[in-house]
Each structure stands twice: as C-alpha cells, then as structure tokens.
Ligand binder design. Sequence first.
Ligand SMILES: Cc1ncc(COP(=O)(O)O)c(C=O)c1O
Length: 388
Amino acid sequence: MSYDFTRWAQGELDLLASQHLTRTLEPLQSAQGPTVRVGGQSLINFSSNDYLGLAASPLLIHAAQQALDAHGLGSGASRLVAGDSALHHALEASVARFLGSEAALLFNSGYAANVGLVSALWGKTDILFSDAHNHASLIDGCRLSRARTLVYPHNDVAALEALLSAHPQGRRAVLTDAVFSMNGDTARLHELSALCERHGAALVVDEAHATGVFGPTGAGLCEAQGVSADLRMGTLGKSLGGFGAYVACDAAVRSLLIHRARSLVFSTALPAAWCAAGVTAIARVQQDTALRERLWSNIKIFTTGLRELGFEAVAHSPIFSVVLGAPERAMAASAFLRERGVWAKPIRPPTVPPGTSRLRMTLRADHSPAHLQQALTALADWQKAERR
Ligand SMILES: Cc1ncc(COP(=O)(O)O)c(C=O)c1O
C-alpha cells in the first residue's frame, strides 16, 4: 500500500483545527498604512511592524525604483558569486555609521541573520545563554550551532548571573532581544552588558523591534541605554519599511561571517533595490525625529486609554499584548474588533506559549487620535460583551 501523504497532512490539519490553531493567509488589498484593505473591508491597522509608517513611503519607493532601473529586479546569485553591488556596500556603510560600529553585514531577513550569525560564530564546545522570550530565529540559531544552550528565565539578570558563574568555561555568549516581540517589554541591556563584561561573555542583541523606535537617532535600545554590544542585529523590514536585515559588528567578525554564515553564503543576495530603500530609510529615521515623537506620543495615549479600561498596560514599546488565554478566546476577540473596523490579529501557539493566546496590537506613528480612540472603544465594547 502506498503512503498517503495528503491524508497525513489532512490529519495534522484536523488536529490543529480541533485545537483552534488553524492559520490562514489573508492577502492585503492595499499598501501598508494606518488603515488597510483586507477582505473588502477598510480596517485600522494594528497588526504590522511598520511602526514609523515607512513601508509605503514615496521617498523609499522612489529610491527603490531608481535602483530597479539601474540594477534590475533580481540579484542573480549569492553576494560571494555575482550578487554583490555597490548599493549593498553603501547600505552597510550607512548601517555602520547609523549604529557607530566598525562594520556591518547585510542578510536577507532578520531570521536569516540570526540563524546565520549564531551558527557561524558558536559551536559544539561553546555555551549560549538565551532569554526565555527570545525570538524563534535566535532559538533556531542556537539549535543549528549545536552549542550547549542554557535558557534563562525572562529578563532575570540574577538567574543569568548564577548560570554564568556555574558555567565559567569555554567561549560564552548571552543572546537577547532588545524589545521582546510578543510582550513588547525591553531587555535590561545595561545590566546584561555589565554581566557579560564581568564574566567575559559576548553580548548579542536583536534590535528587530527597537531600530527606529529607541535612541536619540533611532539606532535602537543599545543607543538609548548607552550600551555597546559585540553584535547588534536589526531588520530593515519593520521600522525601516523595507526588507532585509543587518548585523553591526567589527570588521574581523564581518569577514568571518562572510566565510561562515551559511544563510549568507548559500542564498541569493538581497536585491539592490531593497538596499537603496534601506539607505533612504536610515537617513529618514535619523533626520525626521518627529516620526519617532509621534509614535511615542501614540504609545502614551494608548497606554493611558488601556489603563482606564483596566488593562495592565505599560508604555514599553509600540507592542501591546492583551493576553486572553485560550486560542478561541483570542480569535473571538479579534473577530469582535474587526467588526468594529479594528484589525488586531490573534496570536496563538506556537508563536506564544500555550495558555497565553492574545491580541497583539502594534502602534504606528501615523495612527491618528481617532484611530486610537476607535480601537479603545472597540476594546471597551468587547469587555462589556464578555461580562454579559
Ligand atoms: C525579535 C525578532 N527578531 C528577528 C525577527 C526576524 O526578522 P525578519 O522578519 O526580518 O525575518 C523578528 C520578526 O518578527 C523578530 O520579531
């Protein structure tokens, strides 16, 4: 009897459905913006990571368009073969200036960067210390590296110190998100950096949700807290409005990554047009401080509104989580908000641990006061409906 692959897949899907964990793809019928068109409906967008509203910026699109005309659509090969261009180097120079690092190296996405850099720089005889709330890409990087990985309780510096003291041997690194992507809280980088210094461990910071949001020039949480890390990873696909990612490091580490990071060596390069958009986005973020001010003003207004409704909200970052527990409860809340014109996708396992399904709501610099109010009113109505 032949193996019925489709039947196996259907069985897996049925199991997911019975757990309220079915996922579907929903094509947007508009560009990213404070409102988007989805399923024929215009909805206020509380679901994207385009915090500064740059994903549809005419300035970035124009820069990409010019590069498309000059360099064509695809990069054609890995950077080590025939996919490199002057625009890749220009973007790396601009990232290094932005972050004050000696060098920078581009990757095709934040996921590719984390998986590539962790597995390239640490191996079987090393120890990695990873925050329990770190992003999946850092977790997968640890797995691929085959280094011994010790997961410390979320943001628990004392527990990390105990682990570092108990494991003094070998090359060691502490890995942390700057802004934790599901709860929106921030890492205690000052303390982590001091700890790494004392224990001779490297510090790796994932600034995916912090770039453009924190720091006087928008360089991220390290800039905001005056902390230097051995490696800072950031994405071009969130606040910077485009696509791709980078690692800021020193020149020797950059060279080593070019030799060893498999997600860089064995993958077609980021197209030049996205590099051009990245250069323009970084210049915009550095110059237009009003963008960041508007975002933070919205964060404060929304925090106050949530607290008035009785939610435990803290103005840590543009990410707010309303934890609801069961996946079906998060789905019902999301559908309720959607009927009232508010798009906040439910987040369920495995993206978050079982029992912590939630609405994850992200703010933007270009949300208007009316947008924020509509979301708060929808949440208040949902609370009333739940009490009935
Ligand atoms: C903390 C964190 N790191 C890395 C990534 C991956 O970045 P990218 O979407 O560019 O692959 C994400 C994406 O959501 C993230 O939240």
